[in-house]
Design a protein around this ligand. Sequence first.
Ligand code: BGC
Length: 373
Amino acid sequence: MRKFLIIAAALVVAACSSSATSAPGASTAASAAAGAVQVGIVLPTKDEPRWVQDETRFTDALKAAGFGSQVLFSQGDSAKEKANVEALISQGVKVLILCPQDGKAAAAAADEARAAGIKVISYDRLILDTAAVDYYVTFDSVAVGAAQAQYLIDQAGATKGNNLYLYAGAASDNNAFLFFEGAWEKLQPKIADGTFVIKNSSQAVGLQANATLTHDQEAQIIGQVSTNWDFNTAKNLAESNLTAASAADKGNVYILAPNDGTARAIADAFAADKDVTKYFVTGQDAEKASVQYIIDGKQGMTVFKDVRTLVSDAIAAAVAYLKGATPDKSTTYNNGKIDVPSKPSAIVTVTKANVKAALVDSGYYQASDFTGL
Ligand code: BGC
């Protein structure tokens, strides 16, 4: 551990500007202290608490390693992301940790980094269609979708004919496909045996006999039920689904929502419909607002992905590269061009029953962050 901290202290987190006015990558608080920028970190957006969690955990980990740091964002804009990466290249980084806004669009930035001799670590989301990715730091995203589906299955128990609403993430994010894949493989047998009846996707109904889906088939469904990882898109889609549905399609409903932000938007829409008696909705990320929703009975579950683990894996991989070594690998992910080495981390299902143990007693959040715990 001590050895790790000493090596980690040699790292510098470079800043990628989140403000529209300042130049990308302009501010590097840590670089002043350490003299040279060796590792650059680019996160997709500050508008979702999920990525602010990552920023906090990166900052905490690097502060613990003995120096200040600053992590800024690309603000949902692939052009800005590329400019951020180029700024880091010109600062001479040795390792780039990049969470792409759009997996395919990020290939060009990764290619530029590779051409400059930089190691490229794909962070949480996979950079697609390029050979210029050295390593992928991630959670087991198929397991995330499976955990969401399992929650809905557990709630339905032995009952049949339950109304099911499906929602997905952004089609530009490879994770959205992995989450949906994991969910579909669990839900499909329960659709086939009559436990669930899909209510909001004609594409999914058309494919419901398929135990597994091709990427194209997934894309057809996601095209119809994508939230684009956006609160308002999710809310509007849920509202239009509810407007199109009959009273019989409501009552008790089971909702696959891909993450916490969209879960709260969708939950609010369903809660406001007078024909919805009860709803069960999934989520992911253990965002504080969703933890409060779970405590209040407004969201059924979330998937806890301990960002501290992801950050420490990313730092360990960067340290390995700086030492001329190779990070640990347990599997690979195909990105359309190559099989990218990876060591995915485990996830934890959180419901009202274990919310305190998993998220407060574990030290991840403070009890005072919530009411009614
Ligand atoms: C991440 C999720 C996040 C979503 C929206 C996904 O790639 O894995 O944790 O909720 O993007 O930002």
